[in-house]
Design a protein around this ligand. Sequence first.
Ligand code: FES
Length: 132
Amino acid sequence: MGILKKIFGICETKKPKDPHCWTFSDGRIEIDLNRAGELSMPYRSIRLEGKGLADRILVVRDDSGKFHAYNNKCTHMGRRIDPVLGSSDIRCCSVMGSVFNAKGEIVSGPAKENLKQYMTVKQGSILSILTV
Ligand code: FES
């Protein structure tokens, strides 16, 4: 990641190309994985924002095909986070770059609290994320 991106806290993870691949209602996010091609490969991710969400969400597919959802807000100063390619770690996109493991626990950096993680349930091609 370029130093300017780190200085300005610009993350690598993009919003889904198909903005209609997910919905949010009654505290539950539902992602149609058939429409969210970004999540078809390990270590890929999307960020979900808007649609009434109280928090920004980062969704990551790991190398075993499981999905993880995190509050997309570093616990140091609130910058967005990205998955680390080839690893299950999550890294803050800022210069300080706190690193968290797949459970959201701090591995390194100035963050003092673990990342908030949300329960995920996959049924067929629908991935549900429970935000409450
Ligand atoms: S905001 Fe993430 S390490 Fe500072």
